[in-house]
Ligand binder design. Structure first.
Ligand SMILES: Nc1ncnc2c1ncn2[C@@H]1O[C@H](COP(=O)(O)OP(=O)(O)O)[C@@H](O)[C@H]1O
Ligand SMILES: [Mg+2]
Length: 402
């Protein structure tokens, strides 16, 4: 059997390797000849994946025709994955559902209409230079983000009309569409889940640790278990994701989502997409914390011909955290020794790409932090995990540069 990969970034490598282990022949496509997933595949093609017709030209050939499109992290052009699924009748996200979840404006419009997303949103079309801030309702703080963004690119929070005017609206016109929406206060969560025959199943709820506003970039995730204390919120997340899936048209696909717990202990959906989560979650943290290797289970589900049983049932594990290196405005003078750390702390994984002499700037988006590496810890409570994270930070020698 054959698997296609649409978008062969480094984040596709894990799924490609798992597909090969399952005996699939992997055909990878990406517009960038240097995309790292291309050399991991059995056959690869450099092609503009933004254009489904060009992708069909390749996949229509008998020797390339896919039985499944592998679930890999990808941004806007998840729509091409949907188009390929539609064309060959494959199990996975449809083009229509992919189009809705990758368009922040459409996603809001449809959910809001169905009572599933209580926020205000203004669309600022590319090239236009209205509105000025006085035309917006008093809805501060607001979040400004590109309509088709991902990885926190260009996302910023503004607290007042004056600030929005000064730091954003003055820069108009922009060359892409932007959304200006109400910023919902509360702690943030991540969701890994799956739709099986239209039914939503939660694989892992993650508590997100963010840098302070205005950037609120994610610097870590805790596993959140369904305990007595939070089962109400947990169950509301499941219920909301089911309704969103019904509304958007998710039937047979993995999803990840960003959610805020609002002041009434209710989940507010920021966004969801029909693909596995990046940031070393789908390939590392989510399997560790939930016991479910979601991409492997999805491939088995999508291909009954493999004759392998699948299960998305999470096996509750202890409390874990995946932490990224969020040091800001420092020069790294010393990096601790991995072996020593492993002896001292309950580390389950350690990958540090920092080296002495490196200068680390501000963390403003995914790109500015994710390349630095990560580590995973397990402990009895989130409080204990935080203590270990502080201790690990103090094992580095960092010199402030500002
Ligand atoms: N309406 C909102 N209320 C509160 N926080 C938000 C809102 N929209 C975005 N954010 C914050 O900004 C981050 C990035 O926004 P998101 O819409 O997920 O864009 P991206 O596709 O780039 O990840 C979110 O993870 C969250 O921290
Ligand atoms: Mg997001």
């Amino acid at each position: 059997m054959r698997a296609a990969v649409i978008g062969a970034s480094s984040e596709s490598i894990y799924t490609i390797s798992k597909a090969k282990e399952l005996g699939l022949f992997v055909v990878a496509l990406d517009g960038n000849p240097k995309a790292p997933g291309l050399k991991e595949a059995d056959a690869s093609f450099v092609v503009d994946i933004r254009d489904p017709e060009k992708v069909f030209e390749i996949l229509d050939k008998e020797e390339n025709k896919p039985d499944v499109v592998l679930p890999v992290p990808i941004g806007r052009y998840l729509t091409t994955t949907g188009a390929v699924n539609d064309r060959y009748g494959l199990v996975g996200v449809t083009e229509e559902a992919a189009g809705i979840c990758t368009d922040k404006y459409e996603f809001h419009r449809i959910l809001n209409e169905n009572g599933l997303r209580d926020a205000e949103l203004y669309l600022l079309p590319a090239g236009s230079d209205v509105p000025d801030a006085s035309e917006l309702n008093d809805m501060y703080p607001v979040v400004v983000k590109p309509r088709f963004g991902s990885g926190s690119r260009g996302v910023e929070i503004f607290n007042s009309r004056a600030e929005l005017e000064e730091k954003f609206l003055k820069g108009q016109p922009y060359d892409e569409d932007y959304c200006i929406e109400s910023c919902i206060p509360g702690p943030e969560y991540g969701v890994d889940g799956v739709f099986v025959d239209g039914k939503f199943k939660l694989i892992l709820l993650r508590g997100k640790k963010n840098t302070p506003p205005p950037y609120r970039e994610c610097v870590g995730y805790y596993s959140v278990l369904r305990t007595e204390e939070n089962k109400e919120f947990y169950d509301r997340v499941v219920d909301l994701m089911q309704k969103i899936g019904d509304c958007v048209g998710f039937k047979d696909n993995l999803i990840h989502a960003d959610i805020i717990k609002d002041n009434n202990n209710r989940p507010f959906i920021i966004e969801t997409s029909a693909r596995p989560s990046g940031h070393n979650l789908h390939n590392l943290f989510t399997p560790m914390a939930s016991g479910v290797d979601e991409v492997v289970e999805f491939i088995k589900y999508a291909l009954p011909g493999l004759n392998k049983t699948y299960s998305f049932d999470a096996k509750t594990k202890g409390n874990m955290v995946i932490r990224y290196f969020d040091f800001e405005d420092v020069r790294v003078n010393k990096v601790p020794d991995e072996k020593e750390l492993m002896k001292k702390y309950p580390l389950k994984a350690w990958q540090c790409n920092l080296q002495p002499g490196m200068f680390l700037g501000k963390v403003t988006n995914g790109a500015s932090i994710m390349g630095r590496g990560f580590y995973v810890l397990e402990a009895a409570t989130h409080f204990e995990l935080d203590g270990y994270c502080d201790a690990i930070k103090s094992e580095f020698e960092l010199e402030e540069t500002k």
